[in-house]
Ligand binder design. Structure first.
Ligand SMILES: [Fe+2]
Length: 188
Protein backbone atom coordinates (compact mmCIF):
# COMPACT_ATOMS: atom_id res chain seq x y z
CA UNK A 1 0.00 0.00 0.00
CA UNK A 2 1.29 3.45 -0.91
CA UNK A 3 0.60 6.70 0.91
CA UNK A 4 -1.76 7.67 -1.93
CA UNK A 5 -3.60 4.34 -1.58
CA UNK A 6 -3.96 4.94 2.15
CA UNK A 7 -5.35 8.43 1.64
CA UNK A 8 -7.82 7.16 -0.98
CA UNK A 9 -8.98 4.41 1.39
CA UNK A 10 -9.37 6.93 4.21
CA UNK A 11 -11.46 9.19 1.96
CA UNK A 12 -13.58 6.22 0.94
CA UNK A 13 -14.42 5.40 4.57
CA UNK A 14 -14.51 8.90 6.07
CA UNK A 15 -16.70 11.78 4.93
CA UNK A 16 -16.25 14.12 7.90
CA UNK A 17 -13.83 16.94 7.00
CA UNK A 18 -12.71 17.21 10.62
CA UNK A 19 -11.96 13.49 10.94
CA UNK A 20 -10.10 13.54 7.62
CA UNK A 21 -8.22 16.60 8.84
CA UNK A 22 -7.37 14.85 12.11
CA UNK A 23 -5.82 11.93 10.28
CA UNK A 24 -3.88 14.31 7.99
CA UNK A 25 -2.56 16.10 11.09
CA UNK A 26 -1.44 12.88 12.75
CA UNK A 27 0.04 11.64 9.45
CA UNK A 28 2.06 14.86 9.11
CA UNK A 29 3.42 14.37 12.63
CA UNK A 30 4.29 10.76 11.83
CA UNK A 31 6.08 11.72 8.60
CA UNK A 32 8.06 14.37 10.46
CA UNK A 33 9.06 12.02 13.28
CA UNK A 34 9.88 9.12 10.95
CA UNK A 35 12.37 11.27 9.07
CA UNK A 36 14.28 11.68 12.33
CA UNK A 37 13.94 8.21 13.82
CA UNK A 38 13.21 5.69 11.07
CA UNK A 39 13.68 7.33 7.65
CA UNK A 40 13.44 4.11 5.62
CA UNK A 41 9.97 3.54 7.04
CA UNK A 42 8.64 7.06 6.54
CA UNK A 43 5.81 5.91 4.27
CA UNK A 44 4.74 3.22 6.75
CA UNK A 45 4.62 5.76 9.59
CA UNK A 46 2.63 8.16 7.39
CA UNK A 47 0.18 5.40 6.44
CA UNK A 48 -0.33 4.52 10.13
CA UNK A 49 -1.26 8.16 10.75
CA UNK A 50 -3.59 8.35 7.75
CA UNK A 51 -5.44 5.16 8.67
CA UNK A 52 -5.43 5.01 12.48
CA UNK A 53 -9.05 6.17 12.75
CA UNK A 54 -10.24 5.39 9.22
CA UNK A 55 -12.96 3.01 10.50
CA UNK A 56 -14.14 5.39 13.24
CA UNK A 57 -16.93 7.06 11.28
CA UNK A 58 -18.52 3.71 10.36
CA UNK A 59 -17.57 1.86 13.55
CA UNK A 60 -17.11 4.29 16.45
CA UNK A 61 -17.64 1.92 19.36
CA UNK A 62 -14.90 0.41 21.49
CA UNK A 63 -16.16 -3.02 20.42
CA UNK A 64 -15.44 -2.27 16.76
CA UNK A 65 -12.86 0.53 16.45
CA UNK A 66 -10.11 -0.04 15.38
CA UNK A 67 -10.59 -3.81 15.07
CA UNK A 68 -12.93 -3.70 12.06
CA UNK A 69 -10.57 -1.38 10.24
CA UNK A 70 -7.59 -3.55 11.06
CA UNK A 71 -9.37 -6.66 9.78
CA UNK A 72 -9.95 -4.86 6.49
CA UNK A 73 -6.33 -3.69 6.31
CA UNK A 74 -5.18 -7.29 6.80
CA UNK A 75 -7.22 -8.37 3.78
CA UNK A 76 -5.31 -5.72 1.82
CA UNK A 77 -1.97 -7.10 2.99
CA UNK A 78 -1.00 -4.02 5.00
CA UNK A 79 2.25 -4.50 6.91
CA UNK A 80 1.86 -5.86 10.44
CA UNK A 81 3.98 -3.04 11.89
CA UNK A 82 1.27 -0.60 10.77
CA UNK A 83 -1.50 -2.89 12.08
CA UNK A 84 0.22 -3.15 15.47
CA UNK A 85 0.60 0.62 15.71
CA UNK A 86 -3.08 1.18 14.85
CA UNK A 87 -4.22 -1.38 17.43
CA UNK A 88 -1.83 0.07 20.01
CA UNK A 89 -3.15 3.62 19.66
CA UNK A 90 -6.38 2.46 21.33
CA UNK A 91 -5.32 1.56 24.89
CA UNK A 92 -8.35 -0.69 25.44
CA UNK A 93 -7.15 -3.18 22.79
CA UNK A 94 -4.40 -4.20 25.21
CA UNK A 95 -1.91 -4.32 22.33
CA UNK A 96 1.44 -3.14 23.65
CA UNK A 97 3.20 -0.32 21.85
CA UNK A 98 6.57 -1.93 21.31
CA UNK A 99 7.84 -0.17 18.18
CA UNK A 100 8.91 3.44 17.65
CA UNK A 101 6.09 3.75 15.08
CA UNK A 102 3.46 2.61 17.58
CA UNK A 103 4.87 4.77 20.36
CA UNK A 104 4.91 7.86 18.16
CA UNK A 105 1.39 7.24 16.86
CA UNK A 106 0.08 7.18 20.42
CA UNK A 107 2.14 10.24 21.37
CA UNK A 108 0.87 12.25 18.37
CA UNK A 109 -2.79 11.24 18.20
CA UNK A 110 -4.45 13.18 21.04
CA UNK A 111 -1.81 15.89 20.91
CA UNK A 112 -2.43 16.58 17.20
CA UNK A 113 -6.13 16.96 17.91
CA UNK A 114 -5.35 19.34 20.72
CA UNK A 115 -2.90 21.45 18.69
CA UNK A 116 -5.50 21.82 15.92
CA UNK A 117 -8.09 22.88 18.52
CA UNK A 118 -5.70 25.54 19.84
CA UNK A 119 -4.90 26.81 16.33
CA UNK A 120 -8.60 27.09 15.54
CA UNK A 121 -9.22 29.58 18.33
CA UNK A 122 -6.20 31.75 17.48
CA UNK A 123 -6.63 34.66 15.05
CA UNK A 124 -3.35 33.68 13.37
CA UNK A 125 -4.00 29.93 13.37
CA UNK A 126 -0.69 28.06 13.36
CA UNK A 127 1.33 31.19 12.64
CA UNK A 128 3.66 31.82 15.56
CA UNK A 129 2.09 29.04 17.65
CA UNK A 130 4.55 27.65 20.20
CA UNK A 131 4.57 24.81 22.72
CA UNK A 132 4.20 27.32 25.55
CA UNK A 133 0.67 28.34 24.44
CA UNK A 134 -0.31 24.72 23.87
CA UNK A 135 0.93 23.69 27.32
CA UNK A 136 -0.99 26.57 28.91
CA UNK A 137 -4.17 25.38 27.19
CA UNK A 138 -3.50 21.79 28.33
CA UNK A 139 -3.81 23.03 31.91
CA UNK A 140 -7.20 24.60 31.11
CA UNK A 141 -9.40 21.55 31.72
CA UNK A 142 -12.45 23.20 30.13
CA UNK A 143 -10.66 23.69 26.80
CA UNK A 144 -11.06 20.77 24.36
CA UNK A 145 -12.19 18.74 27.35
CA UNK A 146 -12.55 15.55 25.30
CA UNK A 147 -8.81 15.39 24.67
CA UNK A 148 -7.17 13.04 27.17
CA UNK A 149 -4.38 14.87 28.98
CA UNK A 150 -3.40 11.55 30.55
CA UNK A 151 -2.88 9.96 27.12
CA UNK A 152 -0.80 12.93 25.98
CA UNK A 153 1.34 12.71 29.12
CA UNK A 154 1.78 8.96 28.74
CA UNK A 155 2.73 9.27 25.07
CA UNK A 156 5.30 11.96 25.76
CA UNK A 157 6.72 10.01 28.71
CA UNK A 158 7.29 7.02 26.41
CA UNK A 159 9.16 9.17 23.87
CA UNK A 160 11.27 10.78 26.60
CA UNK A 161 12.17 7.38 28.04
CA UNK A 162 13.08 6.19 24.52
CA UNK A 163 15.37 9.21 24.14
CA UNK A 164 13.38 10.52 21.14
CA UNK A 165 12.63 13.91 22.71
CA UNK A 166 14.01 15.78 25.69
CA UNK A 167 10.68 16.88 27.07
CA UNK A 168 7.03 17.66 26.35
CA UNK A 169 7.75 21.11 24.94
CA UNK A 170 10.12 19.71 22.33
CA UNK A 171 7.59 17.11 21.23
CA UNK A 172 4.82 19.69 21.01
CA UNK A 173 7.00 22.05 18.97
CA UNK A 174 7.86 19.26 16.52
CA UNK A 175 4.19 18.39 16.11
CA UNK A 176 3.23 22.05 15.58
CA UNK A 177 5.89 22.33 12.89
CA UNK A 178 4.61 19.18 11.18
CA UNK A 179 0.92 20.08 11.30
CA UNK A 180 1.41 23.71 10.28
CA UNK A 181 3.03 22.42 7.09
CA UNK A 182 -0.25 20.79 6.07
CA UNK A 183 -2.62 23.33 7.65
CA UNK A 184 -4.69 23.57 4.45
CA UNK A 185 -5.52 19.85 4.73
CA UNK A 186 -6.18 20.03 8.46
CA UNK A 187 -8.33 23.14 8.73
CA UNK A 188 -10.63 23.40 5.75
FE1 LIG B 1 -6.83 9.79 16.24
Amino acid sequence: MTVDDARALMHEWVESPSLRGHMEAVAACMTHHARMHDPDATDAWTIAGLLHDFDYERHPTMEEHPMIGVAHLRTLGVDESIIEAILGHAPYTGVARTTPMARHLFACDELAGFIVAVARVRPDGFEGLKAKSVRKKLKDKAFAAAVSRADIAEGVADLVSDGCVADEAEHIDRCIEAISGVSDRVIG
